[in-house]
Design a protein around this ligand. Structure first.
Ligand SMILES: Cc1cc2nc3c(=O)[nH]c(=O)nc-3n(C[C@H](O)[C@H](O)[C@H](O)COP(=O)(O)OP(=O)(O)OC[C@H]3O[C@@H](n4cnc5c(N)ncnc54)[C@H](O)[C@@H]3O)c2cc1C
Ligand code: SF4
Length: 424
């Protein structure tokens, strides 16, 4: 089931729509509020979408079907992003479909083949709960725990987090933005420099060309590092059709004028679940986030790292194996003076957050790491390699050094984990 539609045989949702129902869905919407603003009232206060709550997946998908819907229907999960956009007049849906009670989108469970299924309505608080996911998936739990605030995490869902809108303050303030369909963009002004600007992916010919914003999600970064899949469903020929998209392809990083969507999700599709592949054997993952205050802040820079290693006989370490900045013992210094065993990287996935319009995978660094002994010297070289090709914008130059240090520090710490696990 790879990125293509797979129909299921489902009973059709109940028919017989009344005048305020989306035809054929059985979802009863009210009428949208459409009146002129009274004195002192904003347009967003005077207008308001019609609301309905879906009671089954079939019903929700049929209501979202663009071929059926009288007005486009927008999905409401925890509402922590969407309701803000509506109140600010940045989103003006005519119909809001509340999916918050759909049992099919809930729960976290391990499948028979070792993969994990996480429903789209699982909250960030549930994901962050200690022990909710086994150790190799730690990066996702840490990313969820590093997101927003405790109150928001109790409400915010994983599906909504992956589909949240950019946090570019020009876009959020309603200033001209190509995303929002304007011909030019406030971010192009020289004084538009800001700490949430990109380092990668915005140059000529790149998908994010012309947009200096970054993808705001922490969990998205971890999902790409863990090689997860996003499952989407839609209504097709009277039944549910599903497809799965690798997380690495799900986040497109495309600054398409007038289409403020950062993912491969098409109109009418619902995120149903996220799948994590089985991760056995000697491997570990982690998520690190750098912010300018300790809570309630988006990443200036973040890194999700996953490595798989083998234990190998190695020669005595050379003089370049300097201690890590975190104070962790230098991995290259462990073992007997004449050499010993050490973890050697078999496979790695390193993904940066806060630097591009999508989670930014460091594929060159990953390839370079494969087959190398994981020690402090390797970690610092990897950090230097990670910033090659960076194109700082006026506000993001400081991120180059942050990325270099974050990659190096994180690998040093993973080297310590791997050394302890291999008994090296
Ligand atoms: C103050 C503040 C700080 C924050 N800090 C962080 C942070 O540090 N890190 C971070 O990652 N996030 C952060 N966030 C974002 C927050 O995590 C998201 O707002 C939240 O995860 C969105 O989930 P929700 O369920 O509330 O989505 P909603 O607001 O209900 O929906 C968001 C979008 O997703 C769509 N959607 C929702 N569910 C689905 C689905 N199943 N299928 C298809 N589309 C769907 C909606 O139509 C809407 O477009 C912050 C938010 C706030 C307000
Ligand atoms: S195009 Fe990108 S950087 Fe420019 S205002 Fe819009 S979201 Fe912000």
């Amino acid at each position: 089931m790879v990125d293509r539609w797979e129909p299921e045989r489902n009973p059709s949702p109940s028919r017989g729509a009344g005048p305020s129902q989306a035809p054929g869905t059985g979802v009863a919407f009210g009428e949208p509020r459409d009146r002129a603003p009274s004195a002192g009232e904003t347009a967003a206060g005077a207008e308001g979408p019609a609301y309905a709550r879906a009671t089954s997946l079939e019903q929700a998908l049929a209501a979202l079907d663009p071929a059926e819907a009288r007005d486009p229907v927008v999905t409401l999960a925890g509402g922590t992003d969407l309701m803000t956009l509506i109140h600010q007049g940045l989103a003006r849906p005519r119909r809001l479909l509340d999916i918050g009670r759909l049992g099919d989108l809930r729960g976290m469970e391990r499948g028979a083949e070792g993969q994990w299924r996480i429903g789209a309505l699982v909250t960030l608080a549930e994901l962050a709960r200690p022990g909710a996911l086994p150790g190799p998936y730690r990066a996702l739990a840490e990313a969820a725990a590093a997101s927003a605030t405790p109150a928001l995490r109790n409400r915010a869902t994983l599906g909504g987090n992956l589909e949240q809108q950019v946090r570019c303050w020009y876009f959020r303030s309603g200033l001209p933005c190509r995303f929002a369909g304007d011909a030019h963009c406030s971010c192009a002004a020289p004084e538009a420099a800001g700490p949430f600007q990109a380092l990668f992916g915005h140059g000529p010919g790149e998908p994010g060309e012309g947009c200096g914003a970054v993808h705001p999600s922490d969990p998205a970064v971890a999902l790409v590092a863990l090689d997860a899949w996003v499952e989407l469903a839609r209504w097709e020929a009277g039944g549910i059709a599903r497809r799965r998209v690798p997380a690495g392809a799900y986040f497109t990083g495309r600054a398409e004028p007038g289409r403020p969507g950062l993912t491969a999700r098409e109109p009418g599709e619902l995120v149903v679940a996220v799948y994590l592949p089985p991760l056995d054997g000697p491997c570990a993952s982690t998520y690190r986030k750098v912010t300018d205050r300790r809570a309630w802040q988006f990443a200036l820079v973040s890194l999700a790292a996953w490595i798989r290693w083998d234990r190998e006989e190695v020669a005595a370490p050379g003089p370049s194996a300097a201690p890590g900045r975190t104070g962790a013992p230098a991995a290259g210094h462990r073992g007997a003076a004449g050499g010993g065993t050490a973890p050697v990287v078999r496979e790695a996935r390193l993904v940066l957050g806060g630097v591009a319009l999508k989670p930014w995978r460091l594929e060159r660094v990953e390839a370079w790491l494969a087959g190398r002994q994981l020690d402090a010297a390797t970690a610092w070289e990897a950090g230097t390699l990670a910033v090659e090709g960076a194109r700082p914008l006026p506000g993001s130059g400081f991120k180059v050094e942050l990325v270099r240090s974050l990659v190096a520090d994180t690998l040093v710490d993973l080297a310590t984990v791997a050394s302890a696990a291999t008994g090296a």
